[in-house]
Design a protein. Structure first.
Length: 506
């Protein structure tokens, strides 16, 4: 056992991942979670024999998960039964007479045929586009995603600039795609993945075109039993390596003496001492609430007043007494007023009039999460963070979305089929995860907040680190596991920018 003791605040996927890496390498790790269950936003609940994944549902970047498990000396297949979805997802274009519905297979022979039907000549362009997007993804993995940043000067190094400029950082995805394609439906399909990054096509740097390679080339997977199986696997590994886990234990304060964190204070006043504190709680909460003295804050409230927060989500969990024929596992309904919808989510916050929304029907793949003959739906509408609304307004919006689903997705008897239902939105994100403005995702991936994303090391307290969606590289489960690797590198003192080949890498 190493002499150093590490306290990790929060058992989201980033906190859990960091705990596993450090404990496997012999550190004494204490993981402290405010909620009853581990997993943070990747959580779960069961009602009336329906098992709902509460947050993430897209298992993307399987290479990153596999790499992470192999660092822990684990074979991912021993933990997860991964199913490749086919189709990967279905897109609904309401009102489009020619293409009311399109399936994307992550199988180029099929997808190029679809693209060619949407825009003549686009199949060839798409091949080139994806080749380039794949090269950028591999470059990002080799050079950028697994790199710890210290300051803006890191970006000014010659080698870094040369490689970085290949990633198209200074034009927006909207402009970039306009140069490649003309058909609006095709562009919408390629743009929508940016919502996963909490951003909009006119605000996101074109380097994220690599998301299209991830989706079209690598495919979309699903772990049998649900996304929460990932959390259970990590919890199992953490316990195996001796991580001490406390649940229902909110941390009240990061205790600092002479610019060093000496541990954390809990609600009952007790202090758990440590050599390092790593916070997986949202960065805003860590900085403005857990650090009591303003002089220790690297990102004080004035930083957050100007920050662009990723959207919140208006979520419906529905257990149905029957099956829905028109859906596949992942379903996206695209707004007719595409740009207006993004404005309502990012620029002029209000409940979208004609929203794009997402419906997950995991029972299309998995029989273990609902009783026989019944479908389970997770409905997510991206909405601006920071909105406030009453219970009546929520119910009104729920009615609107259900009415839209009946028509757009052709489920006329949806209302009558609902056997269980609940809602989740801003106030729940704030209550459950201390989320600033009720954001679902955290800091958006705008250009500025990609290049100058808060680094994972406090500038004021030498042994305080951050992990999770708020720091580098950013939002999404696999990305948070990369942030765990970055926190690990900080603790053990590894400086190179590449993915680790093993935990003994130097
Ligand atoms: C609705 C939704 C859908 C999503 N869909 C996808 C998807 O399909 N695919 C994908 O890859 N990603 C998706 N994401 C994003 C992904 O879920 C997140 O980026 C990721 O789970 C965040 O992990 P994290 O490590 O930042 O920690 P979080 O999950 O944010 O967890 C932080 C933890 O800290 C705890 N905490 C906070 N304050 C304290 C305190 N004072 N003391 C102790 N503990 C504290 C919280 O309770 C929480 O458990 C989705 C997110 C949401 C919300």
């Amino acid at each position: 056992m190493k002499q150093e003791k590490i306290v990790i605040i929060g058992a989201g996927i980033g906190g859990l991942g960091t705990a596993c890496l450090l404990a496997k390498q012999g550190y004494e790790v204490v993981l402290i979670e405010k909620n009853e269950k581990l997993g943070g936003r990747a959580n779960i609940f069961k009602e009336k024999d329906f098992i709902f994944d509460m947050g993430p549902s897209w298992y993307l970047m399987p290479d990153v998960f596999e790499h992470f498990f192999s660092l822990l000396g684990e074979n991912i297949e021993d933990h997860l039964n991964l199913i490749k979805l086919s189709p990967s997802y279905r897109v609904f274009f309401p009102g489009d007479k020619d293409f009311p519905m399109i399936d994307i297979y992550s199988d180029l022979s099929k997808d190029l045929e679809t693209f060619e039907k949407l825009e003549k000549g686009s199949a060839e362009k798409m091949k080139k586009y994806l080749k380039q997007s794949g090269e950028q993804y591999n470059l990002a993995k080799r050079q950028f995603m697994y790199r710890n940043y210290n300051s803006v000067f890191d970006f000014l190094q010659k080698d870094f600039m040369k490689e970085g400029l290949k990633m198209n950082p200074f034009q927006t995805m909207e402009n970039y795609l306009n140069k490649w394609f003309k058909d609006d439906r095709l562009k919408k399909i390629l743009e929508y993945t940016l919502v996963f990054l909490g951003s909009a096509p006119n605000k996101t740097p074109a380097l994220y075109n690599m998301m299209n390679f991830i989706d079209f080339d690598m495919g979309v997977y699903y772990p049998e039993g649900g996304i929460y199986k990932i959390i259970e696997a990590l919890e199992h590994i953490a316990r195996k390596h001796g991580v001490k886990i406390h649940t229902n234990t909110p941390v009240e304060e990061i205790v600092v003496e002479n610019k060093k964190a000496i541990g954390v204070r809990l609600e009952d006043g007790s202090i758990i001492e440590s050599n390092y504190v790593i916070s997986n709680a949202d960065m805003h909460f860590t900085e403005t609430k857990l650090l009591k003295e303003a002089k220790y804050r690297t990102f004080p409230q004035k930083y957050w007043d100007k920050a662009v927060m990723g959207p919140s989500a208006f979520i419906l969990y529905l257990g149905l007494n029957g099956k829905v024929d028109t859906l596949t596992h992942h379903n996206l309904r695209f707004s007719v007023n595409w740009k207006e919808n993004f404005k309502e989510v990012f620029d002029n916050p209000k409940f979208p009039e004609d929203p794009s929304y997402y419906v997950c029907c995991p029972t299309k793949t998995d029989k273990t999460i609902a009783p026989d003959g019944k479908d389970l739906l997770f409905v997510l509408v991206p909405v601006a963070s920071g909105l406030e609304f009453t219970d009546e307004q929520r119910t009104e919006y729920r009615n609107k979305i259900i009415a839209m689903m009946k028509e757009d997705l052709n489920i006329p008897n949806l209302e009558e089929m609902i056997e269980y239902e609940s809602m989740y939105a801003h106030q729940e994100f704030t209550k459950d995860y201390n989320a600033f403005q009720g954001t679902a995702l955290g800091l958006s991936h705008t250009l500025k907040q990609t290049l100058l994303r808060p680094t994972n090391k406090s500038k004021k307290i030498s042994n305080l680190l951050y992990v999770g969606a708020g720091t580098n590289p950013g939002i999404g489960m696999p990305i948070c596991l990369i942030s765990s690797e970055l926190a690990y590198k900080r603790v053990v003192g590894i400086k190179h920018p590449r993915p680790l080949t093993s935990l003994d890498d130097v």
